[in-house]
Design a protein. Structure first.
Length: 117
């Protein structure tokens, strides 16, 4: 079979780009879910603390961070005291619980995104 040739195409960069996109999409979805759980766990008097809970996705770190946005609500920096406790009161741990109690769901979200990449 003279004259036949095999051509190999390197698609590594396209695959890596697709996987990076899937990771970022998964982090956004996980962050949104965690933010919802944190808000659900937050005690409400006026709603300001609950409204201050946000999410920041950092794809380069492959991380999604949830927390209170002190820069957006500088006159309401008491989220840490509700989270961790103060003056003899136990902490509510709304952020910690949102991050740790739903690991299987977060894993499933990321697996789905990676499979669809």
């Amino acid at each position: 079979m003279a004259g036949n040739s095999i051509v190999f195409t390197d698609n590594l960069q396209e695959v890596l780009h697709a996987l990076d996109g899937a990771v970022e999409t998964g982090l956004v979805k996980i962050g949104a879910a965690a933010q919802g759980y944190a808000k659900d766990n937050t005690p409400v008097r006026t709603g300001t603390l609950r409204d201050s809970i946000g999410v920041e996705v950092k794809p380069d770190e492959k991380a999604a961070y949830i927390g209170t946005m002190v820069d957006k609500f500088p006159d309401k920096p008491y989220g840490q005291y509700v989270e961790l406790g103060a003056r003899g009161r136990s902490g509510v741990h709304m952020l910690q619980r949102a991050a740790t109690e739903h690991g299987d769901e977060y894993k499933s979200i990321m697996e789905k995104e990676m499979k669809n990449a």
